[in-house]
Design a protein around this ligand. Structure first.
Ligand code: NDP
Length: 283
């Protein structure tokens, strides 16, 4: 039995999706029908599931979605051309390239080709720079979703000790910047961090995004902390688990996100939010 409050990402994401749907309806009245293009290269089964989920979330919210499936042997210049066409396509307001791309394609080159105003993932270097300088354009969906969770749970961020385990460009680093912008004192840990527990155990807000199943355990957590588990790991029994060991952590934390049903659904809700935001700017 968990002592911590379970932060229900599914419910919050449904609330956000409803709000998105009503904004989409309003935009349509004003003559703009938001559209998202999702580009998938290859046939990675996990990526196919993610792309399907994104497309069906768009449908439910009234957002037009176009899925472009390209074979794994697609050349970099061919993919660049697809991006250029989408940049010029007026019915497409958001472009998302499902990562990872096959090894022969340089992901950075592809992301750089996306029009920054259609970069609903927030990965274009212009958008990274704007986030870094505290003037965000498109916020990366997963950390944006985490900020929404903290806001909805009324977690005080100003002056809080926030520790992020994981320093990737898509989760850890933008997470740190968003928390910093809200006045948290932020520490980012990586695989070289010498004494991880020394950092995690003083966090008021602990965000874990490493891709290492169950690596943060209850004894590494400050009593009463808010623990956000970004990890999604498929185990041998086919069940999903996070990067935080839920059983022990939920005995110590004040609030915790479950896996599944925590951060995952929020990422999609924020993708829809960014797409609508991009569409609004064309008015
Ligand atoms: P990456 O592999 O890109 O980055 C992992 C980060 O964790 C790296 O910075 C790495 O350090 C750090 N790390 C690895 N092992 C340790 C360790 N033992 N101690 C401290 N730090 C460590 O992963 P992502 O950021 O892309 O994804 C992380 C997790 O989040 C995955 O489970 C992924 O599936 C999930 N995810 C979930 C999303 C959602 O919607 N909920 C969206 C995106 C990702 P170093 O820099 O030194 O290598």
């Amino acid at each position: 039995m968990s002592k911590a409050k379970i932060i229900d990402g599914k419910k919050l994401s449904n609330d956000i999706k409803k709000e998105v749907a009503s904004q989409v309806a309003q935009l349509k009245l004003e003559g703009v029908s938001p559209g998202l293009a999702v580009v998938l290269v290859g046939d990675d089964p996990a990526s196919q599931v993610y792309v399907r989920n994104k497309a069906s979330a768009c449908d439910a919210a009234g957002i037009y979605s176009k899925v472009i499936n390209l074979p794994a042997h697609t050349k970099e210049h061919e993919l660049l051309k697809v991006i250029q066409e989408l940049n010029n396509d007026e019915i497409i307001h958001g472009i998302l390239v499902q990562l990872p791309l096959p090894a022969h394609i340089n992901s950075a080159n592809i992301i750089q080709e996306i029009n920054p105003n259609k970069d609903v993932d927030g990965f274009h270097i212009n958008n990274v720079g704007l986030l870094t300088t505290g003037n965000p354009n498109m916020k990366p969906c997963t950390p944006y979703g985490v900020m929404k969770m903290l806001e909805s749970e009324k977690v005080p961020v100003w002056g809080a000790e926030a520790v992020i385990v994981g320093a990737s460009n898509i989760v850890g680093k933008p997470m740190a910047l968003l928390l910093l912008a809200q006045g948290a004192t932020v520490t980012i840990c990586n695989s070289k961090t010498k004494d991880l527990s020394a950092h995690t155990s003083r966090a008021d807000i602990l965000v874990v995004a490493t891709g290492r199943p169950n690596m943060v355990t209850g004894d590494m957590i400050k009593p009463g902390a808010v623990v956000i588990d970004v990890g999604i790991n498929r185990m041998e029994n086919n069940k999903l688990c996070g990067d935080v060991e839920f059983e022990s952590a939920s005995q110590v934390a004040g609030a915790i996100t479950p896996v599944p049903g925590g951060v995952g659904p929020m990422t999609i809700a924020m993708l829809l939010t960014n797409t609508v935001e991009a569409a609004k700017r064309t008015l």
